[in-house]
Design a protein around this ligand. Structure first.
Ligand SMILES: Cc1cc2nc3c(=O)[nH]c(=O)nc-3n(C[C@H](O)[C@H](O)[C@H](O)COP(=O)(O)OP(=O)(O)OC[C@H]3O[C@@H](n4cnc5c(N)ncnc54)[C@H](O)[C@@H]3O)c2cc1C
Length: 370
């Protein structure tokens, strides 16, 4: 049984379709985001004063799912609107909100996240990038990894160590870094599929107090907001849905006998994806304002990642191993890209083991999914 959207969510989805349909087939990505921004659809959960519509996180989730299903690179949307915009909205100053949020909601500004480092992936307390005081500001030095879309971004939210205390959670601060600063070096790292990752080296990049988001040294408390929506699973979910559609189309082109032999596996994959979708919408629905629940999002991220990986494994073994059946190879290209991308889902946005740890920790003290 497919989870139906609520009327308000369905109306937003129809608006997204209307805006994108008006641009014709395969619109330019930047044009598409600008058109969605113009229609105030990029960040419907932001206040109207900043280009949103004062709607809930669950409404934003429905828009996000639709944008992903329409084939736009949802990751840019996800990182900019959620990863960078939401911490500014929740913890930033009025000046920072006024400066950045309307531009983000307009769909014309891309922003990046500079959190991960070579030895600090899932465990972000191990970062070594540091900021040392310099007059009325700081100088930031260090190297960040795994960043996406960095050359197209104007600004990045960067985690740095501003002091070292006995607790490893203390002494982390978040800064908005101007990526055009001469001290910023951006180098691509090839990736199995799609856009490369970027390694970003910061050489004494100067920032002033207006670049600090939240309290100095207390940045750890902001990180759930930064990565909360990514953990919500919609990014993975829309990939799983698109890959499932390609697998279904490829299967439909096989002779009837072969289709029958694979039908149960296709249904198993559909079941996994639809369950993940229910968990992702559940996590969006239990968000308190912009704060998602850590355990609900752990379930959502884990289930959407595992569903995407299971269906990719099946499609690789049972469909890609056969001679091409479809007419134009379009679906096989999607499935080949899925095969290259699926392994990343184990670690991106916080390792699957980390989600299991979170869930197991809660189960031990008696709380399961709400
Ligand atoms: C597509 C993609 C996009 C990304 N975009 C960005 C970005 O824009 N900005 C950014 O800052 N970062 C980004 N990242 C980084 C991402 O968020 C993770 O931090 C990173 O992938 C973790 O990788 P790592 O190599 O450090 O692995 P680690 O976290 O060190 O994990 C290494 C291994 O240990 C396992 N493991 C980890 N934790 C546990 C545990 N608690 N128990 C048991 N096993 C464990 C993992 O599964 C893995 O097999 C991106 C990553 C990917 C793949």
């Amino acid at each position: 049984m497919r989870r139906e959207l609520e009327p308000g969510q369905a109306a937003l989805v129809a608006e997204v379709d209307e805006v994108l349909d008006a641009l014709g087939p395969d619109p330019d990505v930047h044009e598409a985001f600008a058109a969605l921004g113009e229609a105030r659809l990029i960040a419907v959960h932001y206040p109207a004063a900043y280009g949103g519509r004062d709607l809930s996180f669950a409404h934003h989730a429905a828009v996000s799912e639709r944008i992903g299903l329409r084939g736009l690179p949802d990751v840019a949307h996800l990182i900019t609107v959620q990863g960078v915009g939401c911490p500014i909205l929740v913890f930033g100053t009025d000046a920072q909100r006024g400066r950045w949020l309307p531009e983000i909601a307009s769909g014309r500004l891309l922003a990046s996240l500079l959190l991960s480092e070579r030895d600090a992936g899932s465990d972000l307390t191990r970062i070594t990038t540091r900021a040392r005081p310099d007059g009325d500001g700081w100088l930031i030095s260090g190297r960040k990894t795994w960043s996406l879309l960095t050359p197209w971004s104007r600004v990045a939210l960067c985690s740095v160590r501003t002091r070292r205390e006995s607790s490893r959670y203390d002494g982390i601060s978040l800064f908005l870094v101007d990526l055009a600063d001469p001290g910023v070096d951006i180098a691509p790292t090839p990736r199995a599929a799609g856009e490369p990752y970027y390694t970003v080296t910061l050489n004494d990049v100067r920032v002033t107090r207006d670049a600090l988001v939240g309290e100095e040294h207390k940045g750890w408390a902001l990180l759930p907001t930064v990565i909360g929506f990514e953990r919500g699973g919609f990014d993975y979910l829309t990939r799983a849905q698109s890959w499932l559609a390609a697998a279904g189309a490829e299967l439909a082109a096989l002779p009837a006998g072969e289709q029958e032999a694979q039908a149960a596996d296709l249904v198993r994959c559909e079941f996994l994806v639809e369950s993940a979708r229910a968990l992702a919408y559940h996590a969006a629905g239990t968000a308190d304002g912009l704060e998602t629940d850590e355990i609900d999002t752990a379930y959502a991220k884990l289930s959407s990642g595992l569903a995407a990986q299971a269906l990719t494994r099946w499609a690789t073994e049972e469909l890609l191993s056969r001679p091409a059946a479809g007419e134009d190879g379009r679906h096989r290209a999607v499935l080949r890209a899925a095969a290259a991308e699926a392994p990343e889902l184990t670690v991106s946005g916080g390792a699957q083991e980390l989600q299991l740890d979170l869930i197991a920790g809660e189960l031990m003290i008696g709380r399961s999914i709400r």
